[in-house]
Design a binder for this molecule. Structure first.
Ligand SMILES: [Zn+2]
Ligand SMILES: [Zn+2]
Ligand SMILES: [Zn+2]
Ligand SMILES: [Zn+2]
Length: 405
């Protein structure tokens, strides 16, 4: 195996991804179908490049039959989009954040549907139903249940909230052109992918920042379709702002069109009416004296909008759940518990805090839990259901009984 050959093949993958993305950007106006297909191929190639950076055999359909000679000759079968995602999440946990995984899976489903049954109505219906699914999911996870320890995830949401969310959903479901739809979808997915290749994945991609920024430019040009959407919605949005609704600038499309709902303790949920991006984040005031900035944290970290001070999960936890205010019922001075979803993602911190109504909020993934679970082997408490096998299989903190013999 030759390192420079491997580097060369990585470069080829990135350049190919760039070609597909650039044609996707150009094709949007006259051939939206091909724009979507080519965009997805570009995303798939970037995921493969990331896998290849970890190990070249990871992009092979069957790594067990890896053969360097055949690899160099390009006579091998590679993974598809969904297998690439499974490998990234399975072999390199937390490499692909859940929200990015969801956005990519959504666009891949949309592509598959388009390949088989292309017609505008199907595409509209599909895109709308995806919007509705994610709205309902966000709503369900954000809905406050009652007493911890009881399964209560389907507890009815208050009438006022339901009305408000239905109003948002209806407006998201307005009739838009196919170009507007696809531009919004590409904008959302590219925002995430570009964030990865410039951020956590930059050690692999930094040598190709020039070509990647050319994609960024092309995608930005296509925001003209979002401009159309924004103009159509402007009056409505102004009206909302006047009537006291919080409307923020959207991180994805840049328009002041993100409707923000604060669910308590600074846990916010937003939906953009222009690009349909959904976001969950924790928002707190900067703790530094003389700083009036705010900190928007995702995945347990964030920085101040003004002084740029960094907040890690420990700092966020101490602000939202200060030591002095905690109940000392267990004698250890903590009422925080591990989050079942992301116990391993934040360095094994107890990232879920009580919200005062029996529910727990995880400051890392922003999920609200109405149930608590206990590991049957080590007795550690978790927010969320643990499943029935913890005695044998253990939890994030222990290996269970199974490994003892
Ligand atoms: Zn937006
Ligand atoms: Zn600050
Ligand atoms: Zn969590
Ligand atoms: Zn355990």
């Amino acid at each position: 195996m030759n390192k420079s050959k491997q580097k060369e093949m990585f470069k080829e993958l990135v350049l190919n991804a760039t070609d597909f993305m650039l044609s996707a950007a150009k094709e949007l106006k006259d051939s939206p179908k091909f724009s979507l297909l080519h965009f997805c191929t570009g995303v798939e190639l970037i995921l493969k490049a990331r896998l290849m950076d970890e190990h070249w055999t990871l992009i092979l359909k069957d790594p067990g039959k890896a053969n360097w000679r055949r690899f160099v000759d390009c006579t091998f079968q590679t993974v598809g989009m969904s297998q690439a995602i499974d490998r990234l999440t399975g072999i390199m946990p937390h490499t692909l954040p859940t929200r990015v995984e969801k956005a990519i899976k959504n666009i891949a489903n949309h592509r598959n549907q388009m390949v088989h049954f292309y017609n505008e109505d199907v595409v509209h219906k599909h895109a709308k139903s995806l919007d509705m699914i994610s709205i309902r999911k966000s709503l369900r996870s954000a809905s406050k249940g009652s007493v911890a320890g009881k399964v209560d995830t389907e507890k009815p949401i208050s009438e006022a909230t339901t009305k408000r969310v239905n109003a948002i959903a209806e407006k998201v479901m307005r009739k838009t052109s196919i170009q507007q739809q696809i531009a919004a979808e590409q904008c959302r997915v590219w925002h995430h992918v570009y964030g990865l290749v410039c951020g956590p994945w930059s050690s692999a991609f930094s040598q190709h920042s020039d070509v990647l920024s050319s994609i960024q430019e092309a995608m930005t040009e296509n925001k003209v379709y979002l401009e159309e959407s924004y103009k159509e919605l402007k009056d409505q949005l102004d009206h909302e702002i006047e009537s006291g609704q919080r409307v923020d600038e959207c991180d994805v499309c840049g328009y002041r069109s993100a409707i923000v709902v604060d669910w308590g303790l600074g846990s916010c949920w937003s939906t953009c009416r222009v690009c349909s991006a959904h976001d969950v984040f924790l928002e707190i005031k900067c703790a530094n004296e003389d700083c009036s900035g705010t900190v928007k944290a995702r995945d347990g970290q964030g920085e101040c909008s003004e002084c740029k001070d960094y907040y890690d999960i420990d700092r966020l936890l101490d602000i939202v759940n200060p030591p002095g205010r905690r109940s000392h019922k267990d004698g250890h001075g903590t009422d925080r518990v591990f989050c079942n979803t992301c116990a391993g993602a934040v360095g094994y911190k107890q990232s879920a805090v009580p919200q005062g109504d029996g529910t727990y909020l995880c400051l890392c993934c922003q999920e609200t839990f109405t149930t608590l679970g206990t590991c049957e082997w080590c007795n550690e408490t978790y927010a969320g259901e643990l499943g029935g096998e913890t005695f044998w299989l253990g939890c994030a903190m222990c290996d269970g009984r199974g490994n003892r013999d």
